[in-house]
Write a protein of this length. Structure first.
Length: 499
């Protein structure tokens, strides 16, 4: 067998093109096997080496293979012989003599082709598997740095990118690869926009992705959330806001909760201006029995044509557009680190200093991270020299934590600063979120707006108060907030059966 291969290889290597083909193919083949072994043993794991193993080397392998027939063809042309004559010249007569299973030449080509098919099949499967891994999606291309960073800090850090972005099935796979090719081109030719524009239109329907792991029937009850806001004063006084978020999804009873929008018995469909899903023209509830409730934006002029709008059935991503790529708001990020004591909240003025240090823009990330640290230290040295000496360790710790906020959220190379992406989950700062629809202007035929009552979505147990559950206590008639406190307490009790 070996000698047959030898005869075959010698003959196809006669021309320099064929010879190069044989060398390239073999070099690619053996390097690939070697790298694959290192990968299986866990010695190699980064995605650049994966790109070499699964993309560059197979490309060389195929290129080499193509050179072999090309070399043969050139040999034929240069010698002026036809195929049969050339074969006679290059191989001994026994090698090309017809036998019952085909000549030795045919057999050799068949065996080699078979080996190639198996080799290629295996490598393709390994390649697809590798390309499904978050580390590939997140690090093979530098453009993904913001998405990769936010992903790793998110509740989905262990959910593969493809679970949300590709979904299951051959159709989804093919779509995603075609799309991926376009993305590789646009990155190579620098055609992409910065930051990457949203919404992402190619996202699979939530039914095929999110609902594989979370499904509407599963949402019930309330979720308690306490948010600490530290004041900008010298002692960073904490104030607490506590919400009992009504995350239920039950269909039957009205006011059942936030996930009502995606529970089974109906759909919420909306039409919004442009493709940003922000300014609503109308929203409709379509019930299973055919009944429709329609709310129109009374301020919307009808000058724009239909082409300027997008109509969409609400799913998870209409609220959870930042399910994974969560960018923090500057102040929230500082408050959270202070609540976690990563930034020592006993350090006088630190809230104020942190806000100032993160407000500056820097052209480059590495420079920004260092500059934020320096800023924190230098403010204390300059404005509060005694504190700088007494609290040196705390200041260092704070500077580290504050610069890590910068690292986590700001990406100058992709033009992502504070507030680059809107979040639809609540209604904070400029992000209208729920208030895109829940506002006084979205009215039905009788002038009733979509409910925007402050306790529709959450009971409020404290709102910038000194105690996290202030309104659960007895209201104090001497206080200015007596009426609000009494109302919120009663509302909470009413919406929490059993307490
Ligand atoms: C839990 C689901 C989920 C996972 C896991 C996930 N994404 Fe996303 N991703 C989304 C959603 C939802 C959006 C869309 C936002 C929109 O349309 O506004 C998005 C948007 C994006 C965008 C557009 C920019 C942006 O921030 O909106 C990129 C790029 C992206 N994802 C890449 C990745 C990469 C790379 C990974 C893995 C490292 C990943 N995603 C993992 C859900 C996910
Ligand atoms: C492969 C499974 C999987 C998929 C797909 C998935 N998730 Fe998740 N999701 C998880 C896991 C696991 C957690 C973390 C649960 C925890 O921390 O308790 C999570 C957490 C969450 C949370 C946060 C809960 C919290 O504690 O704050 C939200 C919101 C969420 N997912 C929404 C989505 C949305 C929207 C999608 C689709 C775009 C999606 N998920 C797709 C598995 C998944
Ligand atoms: C109308 C807006 C909206 C839609 C649509 C929506 N969610 Fe939510 N979801 C919320 C809000 C608001 C919360 C509470 C946020 C918080 O805890 O900060 C939440 C909470 C969650 C949580 C945490 C729940 C818990 O009990 O702790 C998960 C998981 C989740 N959503 C997944 C989904 C999935 C999956 C879908 C689609 C099938 C979906 N959501 C559709 C608004 C929505
Ligand atoms: C695209 C429009 C739209 C958006 C965005 C939207 N909603 Fe709604 N929501 C509606 C409509 C329409 C209703 C039904 C109103 C009615 O029947 O009076 C509704 C009803 C509700 C209800 C009452 C459900 C029930 O059981 O009766 C809650 C709670 C709610 N929404 C919470 C939210 C939250 C929280 C957000 C943001 C995270 C949000 N909604 C975003 C359109 C929207
Ligand atoms: C349509 C649903 C909805 C309505 C109506 C609504 N909220 Fe909210 N609200 C939310 C959601 C969702 C969040 C936040 C979730 C999060 O941070 O995860 C929120 C957050 C908040 C917060 C905390 C913000 C922070 O981070 O400090 C306060 C305070 C608040 N709401 C007050 C109000 C008041 C006051 C009203 C009435 C004017 C109101 N809400 C009406 C859904 C709603």
């Amino acid at each position: 067998m070996i000698t047959k291969f030898k005869i075959f290889i010698q003959a196809v290597s006669r021309h320099w093109l064929g010879k190069s083909g044989v060398v390239i193919t073999n070099a690619a083949f053996f390097t690939l096997i070697f790298l694959e072994l290192l990968r299986i043993l866990g010695i190699l794991s980064n995605s650049y080496s994966g790109l070499v193993t699964y993309m560059t080397l197979p490309a060389f392998f195929v290129f080499g293979l193509l050179l072999i027939p090309l070399g043969w063809w050139r040999l034929k042309k240069d010698s002026g012989l036809d195929n049969a004559e050339l074969m006679k010249r290059e191989f001994d007569p026994d090698f090309i003599k017809a036998k019952s299973l085909g000549s030795n030449l045919t057999m050799t080509i068949t065996v080699l082709t078979f080996i190639n098919i198996i080799f290629f099949g295996t490598i393709s499967a390994r390649m697809l598997h590798f390309m499904d891994k978050p580390v590939f999606c997140g690090t093979a291309c530098h453009v993904m740095e913001p998405e990769w960073t936010t992903y790793q800090a998110s509740p989905h850090a262990h959910v593969a990118c493809v679970s949300c972005h590709v979904g299951e099935g051959v159709g989804a796979l093919i779509d995603s690869k075609i799309n991926g090719l376009y993305q590789v081109l646009s990155v190579s030719l620098n055609l992409y926009e910065k930051p990457i524009p949203t919404p992402v239109h190619q996202l699979r329907p939530a039914r095929e992705t999110c609902e594989k792991c979370h499904w509407p029937e599963k949402f019930y009850g309330m979720r308690l959330k306490t948010i600490t806001h530290f004041q900008n004063d010298s002692i960073n006084s904490p104030k607490y806001t506590t919400l009992a978020l009504k995350v239920g999804a039950a269909e039957s009873k009205p006011g059942s909760g936030i996930h009502w929008h995606i529970s089974r018995g109906h759909e919420v469909i909306y039409k919004s201006l442009g493709d940003k899903r922000e300014s609503m023209a109308w929203a409709e509830v379509h019930y299973a029995n055919g009944e429709i409730r329609r709310f129109e934006n009374i301020n919307f002029s009808d000058e724009a044509t239909d082409d300027d709008f997008e109509i969409r059935t609400m799913d998870c991503v209409d609220c959870h557009n930042r399910a994974t790529h969560i960018y923090e708001k500057m102040e929230n990020a500082i408050d959270l680190r202070m609540a976690q004591e990563l930034i020592p909240n006993q350090l006088p003025y630190i809230k104020n200093v942190a806000m100032a240090s993160l407000s500056n823009g820097y052209p480059d990330k590495a420079q920004g991270i260092e500059a934020v640290k320096k800023y924190v230290n230098s403010v204390y040295r300059r404005d509060y020299p005694q504190l700088a000496i007494a609290h040196a360790a705390d200041i260092d710790k704070a500077a580290e934590a504050i610069s890590s906020i910068y690292q986590r959220n700001i990406f100058p190379a992709m033009e992502i600063g504070w507030d680059a992406y809107k979040s639809h989950i609540g209604h904070q700062y400029d992000d209208a979120g729920c208030f895109r629809c829940h506002n006084e202007d979205m009215q039905d035929g009788e002038g009733n707006p979509i409910n925007y009552d402050c306790t529709l979505c959450h009971s409020i147990l404290a709102w910038d108060e000194d105690a996290p559950f202030a309104y659960v206590n007895e209201p104090d008639s001497a206080k200015a907030n007596f009426a609000m406190h009494s109302y919120l307490k009663a509302e909470f009790i009413k919406s929490t059966p059993g307490i």
